[in-house]
Design a binder for this molecule. Structure first.
Ligand code: AMP
Length: 264
């Protein structure tokens, strides 16, 4: 099945080297050494790029399938484009082929010493498994920066929609980790405190379920970062108001989550 989908991708990307790095329900992600049209001056990693491909689903009517794939690809590309314009850390958009469900973007990942891609999740796991100091200033700083990043996203009324620790990539910035967001397949534009609270809750749950020992600390540092951008001068009183509304909602969302897990 996967081979068939890879062939489908290759058909739309003739003579392009494709190395499959991830396969989800919605899309395949490839790494490629080929740039679609030229050398891009803003790209930091000139070695390789990411191609996200949404394959057609044989069980859908071909016309509807094309529409769905096209609108999801356009939606994701628009979101990335807006993030790029706002300077919110995310892959630079390089090229799109909406009709064939293809987005070509910057590859933000680097590798951890164990060979895994430097997602926030893999990095925390790496520290925990190797008994490294999980409460160091470095960990605190990375968590705080992730919180700041989400704060900036939300202050621009943008919702990630699938904020797990795998969807935060740590980019290597001269030896310092700098978080960036990826995977905007479920992203939306919304100013609602409820939507922002759900984003925060999803991340909080992801951290609690996969990094239970230090989860409280990580979550607190994240929220500290989230609060700090809301109280910065740039956003004046409105930032504080938005922060209070979102955190109040977060309490409600947590309560709903607890009730649901008690009911099974
Ligand atoms: P996605 O389907 O967008 O969640 O991507 C699946 C996986 O591919 C992610 O968990 C990352 O490991 C990798 N990936 C996707 N986009 C990028 C990117 N721009 N830079 C680095 N890795 C990426």
């Amino acid at each position: 099945m996967t081979e068939k989908i890879i062939l489908q991708a290759q058909k739309h990307l003739p003579n392009i080297d494709l190395k499959l790095i991830s396969q989800g329900a919605e899309a395949l992600v490839f790494q490629t050494k080929t740039h679609p049209y030229s050398h891009h001056p803003n790209l930091k990693n000139h070695q390789n790029f990411i191609i996200k491909f949404r394959p057609s689903k044989p069980y859908r009517h071909p016309k509807i399938d094309l529409q769905i794939n096209k609108s999801r690809t356009i939606g994701e590309a628009k979101f990335i484009y807006k993030l790029n314009k706002l300077g919110i850390e995310s892959p630079s958009l390089i090229s799109c082929d909406f009709n064939n469900g293809i987005i070509w973007m910057e590859n933000l990942g680097s590798y951890l010493p164990n060979g895994n891609i430097s997602s926030f999740k893999n990095w925390l796991w790496y520290l925990e498994k190797n008994n490294l100091d999980c409460t160091s200033d470095e960990v605190k700083d990375v968590c705080f920066k992730v919180g700041e990043l989400i704060g900036r996203l939300h202050l621009n009324e943008m919702i990630h929609g699938d904020l797990t620790t795998s969807n935060v990539i740590l980019t290597d910035n001269d030896g310092n980790w700098k978080p960036a967001l990826i995977d905007f397949g479920l992203s939306t534009f919304s100013g609602l405190a409820e939507d922002k609270a759900v984003d925060l809750y999803v991340l909080e749950r992801a951290i609690t379920s996969t990094h239970s020992v230090f989860a409280d600390k990580y979550n607190q540092w994240l929220l500290d970062g989230y609060e700090s951008v809301h109280s910065s001068k740039e956003f004046k009183k409105i930032g504080k108001k938005k922060y209070d509304e979102t955190i109040r909602r977060l309490e409600d969302v947590r309560l709903r989550g607890r009730k649901r897990s008690m009911l099974g």
